[in-house]
Design a protein around this ligand. Structure first.
Ligand SMILES: C[S@@+](CC[C@H](N)C(=O)[O-])C[C@H]1O[C@@H](n2cnc3c(N)ncnc32)[C@H](O)[C@@H]1O
Length: 318
């Protein structure tokens, strides 16, 4: 019998199968006090239901995160929240949010409070009396987690990654077809849109743009960590990034290893939109058909996970 720690102070017995799903659940101390005298099986039953309930609604913080990025809240706080508190109320934030025709500060405040629970913002509460009535003023400020959602954050933003991955309408529509993909085969995305995700993006430039911006966020985040440790590029003269997107990854590698000649290999529509990077040659192709021979090494980042079903075990080099 394993256990789950409640608020870091006391342990509840749980079967290991429940624990592995409950790792991230931070149960309230009061919940623990309410159930501590129950039998072990009863505690396990209650906690299991709580965990399932929390998992069922675990999409809500992601949806709130997407919303505050869409509304530009981190940027507004970074730009307009001034000293000494560096905080703003929901009303003040909404005054600066784009496209508000009938602003509802209360709805924004609810979202800010939810995200405060996830350490995305801090909240300061002030009670004042106005016309004999008590009024609660809530003010929000950035934390390290929301600072990385500011579009021009010094070390690169994660805002595009959030927009692409969290509850986007395209993702949600594909999710509706998950059961179908199990019962009738094929991919959920293809059931929903009649084509695979990459072909779909070639005819939906807004989605392609959104996807590439998300991948650039990913590259900006991962590459410095990877490049600081990885020594394998030292002997490489010509390096091909297969499925390299717009070439950002290669350009980062070359910035650290300027002796390398880079070849960025991707689908025609992606290469057509890719900017020029010094030392990087763009090449059009389909990795499942053939990959040109002639480089010392090939590099792939975030490829096999999205294409596990279709990537051949041996890539066709020619
Ligand atoms: C998840 S993205 C990764 C992009 C880039 N490696 C990165 O980490 O930022 C997958 C990339 O594979 C490319 N891709 C998908 N199918 C491909 C194919 N058949 N041949 C070549 N590239 C392909 C996509 O256009 C996209 O740029």
């Amino acid at each position: 019998m394993a256990s789950i720690t409640v608020n870091g102070t006391c342990s509840l017995p749980l079967s290991s199968s429940v624990v592995c799903h409950a790792e991230h659940i931070d149960l309230d101390e009061e919940v623990h006090e309410d159930i501590v005298d129950l039998k072990e099986e009863e505690q396990e039953d209650i906690i299991s239901k709580l965990v399932v309930m929390l998992l069922s609604i675990s999409w809500t913080p992601a949806a709130a995160l997407r919303t505050i990025v869409e509304l530009n809240i981190p940027k507004i706080l970074a730009t307009h929240a001034s000293a000494p508190t560096h905080s703003m109320t929901a009303e003040e934030l909404l005054e600066r949010a784009p496209g508000a025709s009938k602003p509802n500060a209360r709805n924004l405040e609810r979202m800010m409070r939810l995200l405060t629970c996830k350490n995305i913002f801090t909240e300061e509460v002030e009670n004042i009396t106005e016309g004999g009535l008590l009024k609660v003023i809530r003010r929000y400020a950035l934390t390290p987690l929301s600072r990385v959602l500011v579009p021009d954050h010094a070390t690169g933003t994660m805002a595009n990654f959030v927009k692409f991955t969290t509850m986007s309408p395209v993702f949600c529509k594909a999710m509706e077809h998950l059961s179908e993909s199990i019962l009738s085969g094929g991919s959920a995305f293809e059931s929903a849109f009649g084509t695979n995700a990459f072909d779909y993006m070639t005819t939906h430039p807004d989605q392609l743009h959104c996807f590439q911006a998300a991948m650039t966020d990913h590259t900006n985040q991962m590459l410095p960590i990877f490049l600081a440790k990885y020594q394998g590029f030292k002997g490489v003269k010509k390096l091909m990034d297969v499925g390299g997107g717009d070439g950002t990854t290669l350009s980062r590698i070359l910035a650290r290893h300027p002796h390398i000649q880079g070849v960025n290999f991707d689908l025609p529509e992606v290469v057509a939109r890719a900017p020029c990077h010094p030392g990087v040659e763009h090449m059009v192709g389909d990795m499942f058909q053939s990959i040109p021979f002639g480089c010392d090494a090939i590099f792939m980042k975030v490829i096999t996970t999205h294409a596990l079903d279709s990537v051949p075990l041996t890539l066709p080099l020619y």
